[in-house]
Design a protein around this ligand. Structure first.
Ligand code: AMP
Ligand code: FE
Ligand code: FE
Ligand code: ZN
Length: 284
């Protein structure tokens, strides 16, 4: 029985594998249904779909959008759109422009800290359309300013650190509206990140998001323990949402996560839940 992974990043955003390499790795890893969900871009989707046809596995078009909710980042995954949808293209171009405003400010902060780094260097590291903090981190590692991604985020790039600059973001309603207008199916990514407390608060939030177009919740995620999975599965049922599974694979930028490793121990998801999920993502 083959596994599923509906949350992965290629070098079109802040992963390290090309879309094609990622799809081939999925096939080799026993994953026969994989979504490419790069941050703020669908530039890798066509290549991934082509590779999926070549290697004979299902590739789902996807994207991951950051929106702002109560001063925290909320990530929305969108699935099964037409990659050339003009509304999606326009919306994502706006999001990428938020990044383009932020990147020179982060360079300035680093330079003010006495670290010699240029926007060109970070852009070269990124390669594609989307420049993200992991690319800043990679340059800092190459320059031996820090030894690891972790140190780069802890000392410089993480929220509240001296080189961190927040980027402008849409509200959840705007993000859901954009995804839906583009024909994408919105799913709440890694819900544990939101730090929502009580069950009651969760029901409130999820019902509200569902009314704005949310269709699913990523109940299976490597940072989720068994209790989280059960809680999010129950909430999904109560709020009429589907459950999905994603690893958030980033290649060498997140070496502890392997493709298809959606469970806390890095294990894959197979069995009835997986079959149901594959049916859902194929039919939405
Ligand atoms: P950005 O979209 O440019 O703000 O960068 C966010 C990305 O940085 C996330 O999608 C992760 O890939 C990565 N990231 C965020 N926080 C950390 C962290 N503490 N350690 C390593 N990577 C991180
Ligand atoms: Fe990322
Ligand atoms: Fe995310
Ligand atoms: Zn992600």
């Amino acid at each position: 029985m083959k596994a599923i992974d509906l949350h992965t990043h290629s070098n079109a955003s802040d992963g390290t594998l090309s879309p094609r390499e990622l799809v081939f790795l999925a096939a080799r890893s026993g994953v026969d249904c994989v979504a490419l969900t790069d941050h703020d871009t669908v530039d890798g989707v066509a290549e991934a779909l082509e590779a999926g046809r070549e290697v004979g596995i299902q590739v789902v078009p996807g994207v991951e959008l950051s929106v702002i909710y109560q001063n925290r980042e909320m990530h929305l995954l969108g699935y099964q759109f037409r990659p050339d949808d003009p509304l999606l293209g326009e919306g994502l171009a706006k999001v990428v422009s938020f990044r383009q405003e932020r990147n020179p400010q982060m360079i300035k902060r680093l330079q003010d800290l006495g670290i010699s780094v240029t926007l060109e260097e970070v852009g070269r590291e990124a390669g594609g359309t989307v420049i993200g903090r992991p690319h800043f981190a990679a340059v800092l590692i190459k320059k031996k300013v820090v030894r690891s991604m972790r140190e780069a985020f802890d000392r410089f790039l993480g929220q509240g650190c001296p080189a961190y600059v927040p980027k402008d973001r849409m509200t959840p309603a705007e993000g859901l509206g954009l995804l839906r207008a583009a024909g994408a199916i919105p799913v709440l990514a890694h819900p544990y990140c939101l730090g929502v407390g009580s069950l009651e608060e969760w029901v409130d939030l999820l019902s509200h998001l569902r009314d704005q177009g949310l269709r699913g919740i990523e109940a299976y995620y490597p940072e989720h323990g068994w209790a989280d999975i059960q809680r999010f599965t129950r909430l999904a049922r109560d709020c009429d949402l589907a459950v999905t599974a994603g690893s958030d694979f980033h290649g060498a930028n997140k070496p502890q996560v392997r493709l298809g490793g959606v469970m806390a121990n890095g294990g894959t998801l197979t069995g009835d839940v997986c079959i149901k999920m594959k049916e859902w993502i194929s039919d939405v």
